[in-house]
Design a protein around this ligand. Sequence first.
Ligand SMILES: [Fe+2]
Length: 290
Amino acid sequence: MRIGAGMVGQHHSHGSNINNGGHKVGYITNTKVIKKKRYIRRVKRRVPPLPIALQELFDACRDIFKGPGTVPPPEDVQRLSRILDNMKPEDVGLSEELQFFKTKNGVKGVPRVTYTTICKCDNFSLCIFFLPSGGVIPLHNHPGMTVFNKLLLGSMHIKSYDWADPIDSSNASSAPSHLRLANVKADGILTAPCNSSVLYPTTGGNIHAFTARTPSAILDVIGPPYSKEDGRDCSYYKEFPYSAFSSGETCPGIEDGKSYGWLEEIDMPENSQMDGIEYLGPQVMETSSC
Ligand SMILES: [Fe+2]
């Protein structure tokens, strides 16, 4: 998912909430009252609860992501996936009781997506995307990246592609040259609570799109982060069905049950700009730089 150029800047003036087309994304605030007891020595300093799961995720990311040009080995992917599989909305300060997630009906106008960045360094970033009902993160890629997605709340449709073998593309020769053949990797509905998923630079559905069926929050672990300067800018795509430009011959790989589509690179869709908000959930302790 895109972080950086093209997005609307952060709106810190709203504090913990941001008006998102009539909807507010908020965080749980620690309102627990600690009763003082007579005759018992008062606790001098209130210690906030430790964000164990988020800290574990951060520490694992620091160990696992080695920077541009690297992909975590399978055992590291398993480690991160296990941590994410067990994470709950509360681990990042969210709850289904927040008004944003209770607003089941669509919003007026274009339902804008909001994002917040928990942390970002040269090797990885942790972000949460908030989609109101009907909100869309359009088809986009993750060049050279390994990305873990964990749907924390809500239900969304996900469609993802990987580029097809160039030989298959050249066999289906009736397509205009600006279109490129891609395999459909996923085309289905995801509803929380659910396990995390992972995509790689060339496999696992590196090009993907989300459409929220209900107000949703998805946690992204991205390594390395987008960087225009380092050649990892985000590209957007428009999809066409395979049949729209097939030459009448058999679809390549159809015997294997594979499904295909044509992708055209486009400018960032105007109605897909996002609003950034400050992250106010549990903090991680950065004991050393990542
Ligand atoms: Fe993405």
